[in-house]
Unconditional design. Structure first.
Length: 303
């Protein structure tokens, strides 16, 4: 019986990571039919089903979970070895996969993408934007982006930007109709735009002033994680919105939105790029780390 080759295992790992045949096929650049056939061939060679699949979902069987737990570390070791060999060329190349929350993608990573790829034309970027926490190692990412309080201790962290700040904004029309809140507790009597995460949690709005921290759970007139929808609703006078300053800076400057309770909106450290603390960093990731350091210095944020 022929033994599976690395391409079979790559197919299995891609489907196991994404839980989706179409996304896995795009990731490893093969057709869905070819990917599906390779997986079937792998299962036939092993004589056991690795995945249960329906038209809507893919779930690992017990055998699939066992194979994933043993194969993932081995393939990472192979990948590290190949990266180390590639590093001898001293030319950054290959695919760099980064997982990051949407605000970090929109406000921090997006301006870097064009200049970075222009400086390193042999690198291909794969940036996945999602709010939920992901084990970047088991999910096959080279690096992730998170804020400091959510970083694992066994990761190397590199600051991506200067301080950020949440702001509370509303349109002039809304304020003329409902009045201007002057204290966080005043928001309990206002319509607000809230976000509910994939976990189902709708986090309180947190404020800080001179060391005093206050959390409020204001009523939600609109719940959405879509930034375009939330922005449109705020501009249209639907409700008060809490968001990162980077999303509304221009609207506040033009007067389309009004910034409220600024003395309660203190800055906090921006997001960090993090990656496993292994001895050999892949050349593409090392190039991006060096690029970030130069970018931050140029932007006046230091290293």
């Amino acid at each position: 019986m022929a033994e599976p080759d690395l391409r079979d295992l790559d197919v299995f790992m891609a489907v196991a990571r994404t839980r989706n045949f179409r996304r896995a096929a795009v990731e490893i650049r093969v057709s869905v039919s070819s990917l599906s056939q390779r997986l079937r061939d792998l299962e036939e060679r092993l004589g056991v089903r690795l995945m249960n699949r329906t038209t809507r979902s893919v779930a690992l069987t017990e055998a699939g979970e066992l194979l994933l737990s043993r194969v993932a570390p081995a393939l990472r070791d192979v990948g590290d070895a190949l990266d180390q060999v590639r590093g001898l060329r001293e030319v950054a190349s290959g695919r760099l996969r980064i997982n990051a929350p949407p605000p970090a993608v929109d406000l921090v990573l997006a301006p870097m993408v064009g200049p970075f790829l222009a400086a390193h034309p042999q690198v291909d970027l794969d940036i996945v934007s999602e709010s939920g926490f992901v084990d970047i190692v088991s999910a096959g990412f080279d690096a992730g982006v998170r804020y400091g309080e959510h970083l694992a201790q066994d990761m190397v962290a590199v600051s991506l930007s200067g301080p950020q700040r949440y702001v509370i904004v509303a349109s002039p029309a809304y304020l003329a109709r409902r009045g201007k809140p002057k204290h966080p507790k005043d928001l309990l009597d206002h319509d607000c735009i809230r976000a509910r995460y994939s976990s189902g949690v709708m986090q309180d709005w947190e404020f800080e002033k001179k060391g005093q921290i206050m959390k409020v759970d204001p009523p939600a007139k609109l719940i959405s994680t879509n930034m375009g929808l939330a922005m449109r609703a705020a501009l249209d006078g639907v409700a008060v919105w809490a968001t990162l300053d980077g999303y509304v800076h221009d609207a506040v400057k033009s007067g389309a939105l009004v910034s409220l309770m600024e003395d309660w909106c203190e800055p906090f450290p921006g997001p960090f790029l993090y990656y496993p603390s292994r001895r050999q960093t892949p050349p593409a990731l090392r190039a991006f780390i060096d690029f970030v350091a130069a970018w931050r210095k140029r932007e006046g944020h230091g290293t």
